[in-house]
Design a protein around this ligand. Structure first.
Ligand code: R1P
Ligand code: URA
Length: 291
């Protein structure tokens, strides 16, 4: 008999919507744009022909509508991979769990998720206001290490070489490396974005090697990261969500990719004068690639 998922594990609100996202089955499109900033949801929907619904709870702002004949949902995740754990598990539940019987549907539905974010470059030749498509993600956050099957979706050889090369501090979570969806990379790469390997950090300051008043454990970490090479891959940028989106999507059988506007160049010490037009351009390019 199919396992019934308890009330404490799959939490539903009184109106039948899922705990954090406040969405009900049927309100989510199969094509999903994930953004960090809740304010960016409106920038995405400004491109839609029609908007069917807007839902808000905490930092999780969602909207569903039509762009050039294709139904899209856009979801704000807020900041960090802990929020991604909530968002990706709840998105999957909306399409793969029956909320009445609390059992997993016999037929699996795969979602397409593209994160449109902002990011800091670790390479001089990846300038501010450029766009980067993450072919692989490295999670410094440790989230995926909690899940069964983690080794089956990770690039274990890359992880091993990275840890050795960095002389990885055992006090930190073991980094995990996961690929983007090949199908989405093919669709998005026609836009001529830079491609690279993205680190998702569990913080904006120390975990990305930034020092304001506090010192960090390894002052050379960004130098070591930016010169590290695995096969043809170089590590290009830092942000805070991509690794968990890639890892959880792979485990749950969804497609995922991330494209970011580079708003800071850490090597050059530069920050974008105005990244909003770059984000708008990126949103339009991504939507057009998915219709
Ligand atoms: O602009 P978003 O999508 O939020 O992405 C980046 O910006 C935030 C930090 O300022 C983090 O969420 C990071 O991943
Ligand atoms: O440097 C940056 C810029 C945006 N987002 C990040 O996480 N880091």
């Amino acid at each position: 008999m199919a396992r019934r998922i308890e009330e404490s594990e799959l939490i539903l609100n009184g109106d039948g919507s899922i705990f954090h996202l406040h969405l009900k089955p049927g309100e989510l499109a199969d094509n999903i744009i994930l953004v960090g900033d809740p304010g960016r949801v409106e920038t995405v929907t400004s491109f839609f022909d029609t908007v069917e619904l807007v839902r808000k709870n905490r930092e999780f702002v969602s909207a569903t509508g039509i762009y050039k004949g294709t139904r899209f949902s856009v979801i704000a995740t807020g900041i960090g991979t802990d929020n991604i754990d909530i968002v990706v598990n709840e998105l999957d539940a909306l399409v793969n769990i029956d909320f009445e019987t609390r059992t997993v549907h016999k037929e699996h539905k795969a979602l397409r998720m593209v994160r449109i974010g902002t990011s800091g470059s670790l390479q001089k030749d990846l300038p501010v206001d450029s766009c980067l498509l993450s072919s692989k993600a490295i999670g410094f956050d440790g989230l995926l290490n909690f899940y069964a099957g983690r080794n089956e979706v990770a690039d274990l050889d890359f992880e091993q070489q990275f840890k050795e090369s960095m002389a990885w501090n055992p006090l930190l979570a073991s980094p995990y490396v996961v690929d983007a969806s090949k199908e989405l990379l093919d669709k998005l790469s026609v836009n001529g974005f830079h491609q690279g390997v993205t680190i998702s950090a569990p913080g904006f300051y120390g975990p990305q090697g930034r020092m304001l008043r506090l010192g960090i454990q390894d002052v050379d970490i960004n130098e070591k990261i930016s010169t590290f090479k695995y096969e043809q891959y170089k590590i290009t940028n830092y942000e805070m969500e991509c690794s968990a989106i890639y890892g959880l999507s792979k485990l749950l059988g969804h497609q995922a990719a991330t494209v970011c506007a580079i708003i800071a160049n850490r090597q050059a010490g530069e920050y974008s004068k105005d990244y909003k037009p770059v984000i708008k351009h990126l949103i339009e390019k991504v939507l057009d690639s998915l219709v």
